[in-house]
Design a protein around this ligand. Structure first.
Ligand SMILES: [Zn+2]
Length: 226
């Protein structure tokens, strides 16, 4: 009742364009979803996302929901999610990507963690909702107690790809759990750019669980470096 009244006076708005959402719209309006540059590259071992990573580590399959365009809606959504507190964008993007992953569902979904210092500043891990929804929709376990960020990396935006790679290597640690050995692990992150962060995370997981198959799902693929 109160919820209905509240929504009557403050209708939920689209996280992309701020217009009031329609009855059958959640978080993003249909018009914003139609504008998103979906990659439509599937959950495969040989698409652009996979190629970015396989030069550094072995991945079983990879997928990216959309292309990251800094000055357009996809970039704006990532910005609002990371810096403006629009946490619900994370879950909505997970809902949009989950059907893609049904073709070869994982056993475990692992979000790329934030360093505790960064977590404290932001108050949330922007990848969590995305990872949780994908886990729920593919009937996998969500595990945020496996992969940890141990070194606080400085902002990488001014570094070359090689500098980024050296900067992030060995910044992750893994808590060993024998249950994960031989399983299909899906590592999730927000934006895949050079692949340095994700490769370092995958490397740490591979060292700990050599029998596991490791796949990747990201919200957005930044193809600037491809
Ligand atoms: Zn909209």
């Amino acid at each position: 009742m109160w919820r209905l009244l509240y929504n009557l006076f403050f209708p939920p708005r689209c996280a992309g364009c701020d217009r009031p959402l329609g009855k059958h719209e959640r978080v993003l309006c249909h018009s914003c979803i139609d504008q998103l540059p979906f990659t439509e590259q599937g959950f495969k071992p040989d698409n652009q996302a996979a190629h970015l990573l396989t030069s550094k580590v072995t991945v079983y399959r990879a997928t990216a929901l959309m292309f990251y365009h800094k000055k357009h809606l996809s970039g704006e959504l990532i910005h609002r999610l990371k810096y403006r507190g629009y946490r619900q964008i994370s879950e909505r993007l997970g809902e949009l990507l989950a059907p893609e992953i049904q073709s070869d569902p994982p056993d475990i979904v692992i979000p790329v963690p934030l360093h505790p210092k960064k977590f404290k500043i932001r108050g949330y891990n922007q990848v969590e909702g995305f990872a949780r929804i994908i886990a729920r929709e593919t009937r996998a376990d969500y595990r945020s107690d496996i992969l940890f960020k141990t070194v606080h990396t400085a902002s990488q935006t001014r570094m070359t790809p090689l500098e980024r790679w050296h900067n992030v290597l060995k910044t992750f640690s893994v808590r060993y759990d024998p249950e994960l050995n031989g399983k299909h692990l899906l590592v999730t992150d927000d934006v895949l750019t050079t692949g340095a962060t994700l490769s370092a995370a995958i490397k740490a997981l591979q060292d700990a669980f050599p029998e596991a198959r490791i796949s990747v799902a990201v919200m957005a693929l930044n193809d600037e470096y491809l």
